[in-house]
Design a protein around this ligand. Sequence first.
Ligand code: SF4
Length: 686
Amino acid sequence: VIAMAEKLVPVVCPWCSVGCRFYAVSVNGYIRKIEFDYDHPTVNRGKLCPKGVASYQFINSSKRLKKPLKRVGERGEGKFEEISWDEAYRIIAEKIKEIKETYGPEAIAFLGSEKITLEENYLVHKLSKAIGTNHLDFPGRYCQYSNAPARTKVFGSAPATNPFEDVAKAELIVIWGHNPAETAPVFFGQYIEKAVLDNGAEMVVIDPRATRGHKYASIHLKPYPGTDLAIALAMLNVVISEELYDREFVQERTVGFEELKESVKDYTPEWAEKISGVPAEDIRKVARLIATKRTALLVNEGLNQHVNGFEFALALANLIAITGNIGKEGVWSGVFPGAQCGFCAAMSGIAPNKLPTGKLVTDEAARAELERLWGFKIPDWVGLDLTSMIREIGNTIKMMYIVGGNIAKSAPNSKWVQEQLKKLDFLVVQDIFLTETAKYADIVLPAAAWFEKTGTAISAERRVQRTYKAAEAPGEAKPDWLILVELAKELGLGEYFKYEHPDEILREINSVIPVFKGATPEYLAEHPEGCFFPCTEPGEGTKILFKKGFKTADGKAHLQPVKWREPPEMPDEEYPLWLTNFRQVGHWHTGTMSFESPSLKKRWPEEYVMINPKDAEKYGIKSGDLVKVETKRGSVLVRAEVTEHVREGVIAMPWHWNVNVLTLEETHEITKMAELKAVAARVSKV
Ligand code: SF4
């Protein structure tokens, strides 16, 4: 008789940044199912979306990596032989030493991930610096990096301003380039639907597609992709020229109003209509609503994933500041990261110019302080962002160490990325599956999945929560933090990586990253609801940011003059349509995990392209036809869905499959954001 010891282990959902809590039901180290936590007084109150319900399925997939692998075939072919952990560590350590001696540490680049915990991202950061490189980034470069630097410029700090519950208290909800009904479904049901259905809030949707939440919207603006900036500039023009701004707030809490006023004076709604295709009167209507109502402004990748996303984010930061929709209860604004661990990577300072403390690598005093804590020298130069790293492969970048990211599929112009990966001298990938990127690796290290390790996650409302180990990893797979610790020992860096449990790493984070000082393992264990960062002492989190002042040197919001900037590629005679992309509720990122979850793959089986009936007629396309979608980078074959749910002149494909064959790697000079959501395309029946 086998003892069936059933355990309920509290976990945080592994997927999106809503950060729902539930129980993993563990039987002898194996997860059988999940249980809802109805009594828990936090985000989801017992509710889960289809991904949350399926979240244990990929963990039990037979395709999980179980042993370290060494490449025996060509790069990209996916042919490997199994090796021992000792051999894997030895090969990697020797290669790192060889590359450092031949080219210097600046030939090595690291990527953290939105799929691993705060502790693990922190160790990726620490190991890269211990090896001597600042070439450090994560695939979230293509997620948050328009909004975050723009808000830091205006407010001195980037994260979302308020807890989710404040969305339900707003009078107006503006959902702009965001589809929370599919990307953050529990948040949508718990807070947005509550605001609209129970509290009578008005809703505005700004999106070239009709998203699943648009049925509640009183106004739906449908701009061409990449032209949202024109609408935001016109809204600033309306609010300022009609003197609808919050005078007291502008006077007491901002600087730079006159320069902003001057910069937007010519951007009338009629001007914006010509660029965006949105009627001028509708732009006026929404601008007046934002200026007169307590507003929750929800943005996501429709803002972020554009080369002009930085300017768009600056315009929106200006707009919420001059309308006084910040620093108080009942408003909401900020980035809604695709993954809760995107925040973990960002807050561990995973970026080419940052320290984990949030200070810059070029800040000598900040570096010296961290060198004292860590005990080793930190490089003082600014490293490369992700796209620049890929560009430099075959030139200055010789080796990449990728933890959990799947850039062969998620990075723009993915065929180009794959060709670049072939040119590396050495590639290490740590992951739970043999991803498209892992197929290019020299060594693949099998990692433990979520639910197989303890660690910290951070949701979009800045809630810091602990998730606990509920299952044993398959075969010889190990948690990412442990792999990094063991590799550090092999590299002779063991004295700086003396951790035996994630609690010890979190305690170090408590002393290194000021905003997490109070998020101790003990506090989080006793308070499953977690805390809101900045959390400077246990029990002292910050629910609403900027109540007393902004994080700038003078405590004021620094309004920024903004100019119109065209997307880098516009439709023309050869490629007459705009191509954009969207997320589906049943899949996540490049599908590494959701494609291995049978209930999700069955319900959301394949990619397709949405096309408006007028465009479909022009090209002789019917629903279900196999069509070729082409851009200057490449082409993909997909089925067509002819639907009014996308505006004329625009086609749209889900993100999770092959759309990045078509997107553009050109980047913004400050944010290094590529163009993932607005490229010129054509479509033809096959
Ligand atoms: Fe998980 Fe997000 Fe769904 Fe909640 S809404 S169950 S966090 S995927």
